[in-house]
Design a protein around this ligand. Sequence first.
Ligand code: DQA
Length: 151
Amino acid sequence: MSELVHILNGPNLNLLGRREPDTYGRTTLADIERRCHAAAARLGLRVDFRQRNEEGALVADIHDAIEAGSGGIIINAAAYTHTSIAIHDALRAFDGLIIEVHLSNIHARESFRHRSLIAPLADGIIAGLGADGYELALQALAWRLIEHMDA
Ligand code: DQA
């Protein structure tokens, strides 16, 4: 049975491809989802991929990952990264691995993007590599989850 991984995306990421392409590129979220499913199939993972504009819906998705016994969460919480104690608290209740992903390099942008409430809980952080970051996060999870299985 392959390990389940949740990939959770926050507000405005549904507009990728049209939204600030100089910052976020031309790749759409549907393209990223396709790439993630293809990578997961190669890596022996199952992916539940979601996008939500509402903070509470993202919290509920984290609860779903907990209930489903997911091995890892890859999360791009978008603007909620910088503000949401509710998402931070929900992630604290998750026992699996957490990888924070951002398309842009948040540390090279406005100072309000430099702080992440997810970062202190993350096993790893990938920022600034565009859509490749999601695939790299899946690769990292696959290595770690397989290591855990051997342990
Ligand atoms: C983002 C960076 C956030 O600061 C921003 O609010 C986003 C996208 C990124 O992927 O680069 O919406 O998370």
